[in-house]
Ligand binder design. Structure first.
Ligand code: TUI
Length: 311
């Protein structure tokens, strides 16, 4: 038994309690299978992608790995109902949810034998999803990339750990073994990591995106979308800085913000469009400096965590 074998590795039948974040437009079958093959939990992002595409991605992932993998369901997506059914039809073993309360779907997923792990930004939602039957929760701090809550990983994780009996996975600001060890000290039994995998060989984002992450310094992430109630952490670019300042000084209204950012994730991921793309990343991007295969990333992180935790 190693120090990082936990209730999460046992629950899911995986080697390491390390989830790859379900990054919309980014986390597809190649990345998810690579992380699962490395012993972590690969996760395909549902985002707001078409159902037929996602069905193919699930099937492709099954071809690429015989290990467990999951599907992330972004609950603000117009496709949520269909995707909630797709994971049942395709017998996906693990569902991670984000951007809302998955309560109304949990019974059906549990009846289908699916393990349900919601992302929560607060103690209140952690308690609510535990009552609804969630198997574990991901307590995600505001250091994360993409759509974020207000509390930090350091403050949120121990409070969620104290509030629920199900296992807690820490997310937000973790990119190496020190982050994993620190999360364990806070009471987490696993971690979810997104930004580090943007700089993996198997991640299929545009080279401009990878380069932005590799070159980012500690101060190079910025939150946009506060005016709309959907704050999102991005790489600082001229575009994201203009959005954030426009929201703040009122020259961009919430409606205009929605218009300007419509399709901006796709423009970043597929086109590397610096003028109109939203390059989502976590606040830890400054620590990500090298592209490596997922297997090396996972093994390095877990070896460092093991070493620190065994001291
Ligand atoms: O969902 C994420 N990160 C994301 S989703 C995304 S795509 C997107 N598209 C359009 C608008 C916004 C985003 C990019 N990044 N992370 C998980 C997460 N979930 N972060 C915060 C939450 C969350 C927030 C509120 C979860 C539950 C929640 O519940 C509110 C309620 O109903 O109680």
């Amino acid at each position: 038994m190693t120090t990082t074998e936990t209730k999460i590795t046992e629950l899911l039948g995986i080697k390491y309690p390390l989830f790859q974040g379900g990054m919309a437009w980014i986390a597809e079958s190649t990345l998810a299978a690579a992380v699962s093959n490395a012993g972590g939990l690969g996760i395909i992002a549902g985002g707001s992608a078409p159902i037929d595409y996602l069905r193919d991605e699930i099937r492709k992932c099954r071809e690429l790995t015989d290990k467990p993998f999951g599907m992330n369901i972004m609950l603000m997506s117009p496709n949520t109902e269909d995707l909630a059914q797709l994971v049942i039809d395709e017998k996906v073993e693990i569902v991670v949810t984000g951007a809302g309360n998955p309560g109304k779907y949990i019974d059906a997923w549990k009846q289908a034998g699916i393990k349900v792990i919601p992302v929560v930004p607060s103690v209140a939602l952690a308690k609510r999803v535990e009552r609804s039957g969630a198997d574990a929760v991901i307590a995600e701090g505001t250091e994360s990339g993409g759509h974020i809550g207000e509390n930090t990983t350091m403050c949120l994780v121990p409070q969620v750990v104290d509030a629920v009996s199900i296992p807690v996975i820490a997310a937000g600001g973790i990119a190496d073994g020190r982050g994993v060890a620190a999360s364990f000290m806070l009471g987490a039994q696993g971690v979810q990591i997104g930004t580090r995998f943007l700089a993996s060989e198997e991640c299929v984002i545009h080279p401009v995106y990878k380069d932005l992450v590799l070159k980012a310094k500690d101060t190079d992430s910025i939150v946009t979308g506060r005016s709309t109630g959907h704050p999102c952490r991005n790489v600082k670019t001229k575009f994201s800085k203009r959005l954030a300042s426009g929201e703040l000084n009122g020259t961009i209204t919430p409606d205009e913000f929605e218009q300007i950012t419509l399709g901006s994730l796709r423009k970043a991921v597929q086109d590397g469009n610096l003028d109109e793309g939203s390059f989502l990343c976590g606040a830890i991007a400054g620590m990500v400096n090298e592209v490596k295969p997922c297997r090396e990333i996972v093994e390095e992180i877990m070896a460092q965590a093991e070493e620190l935790l065994s001291k």
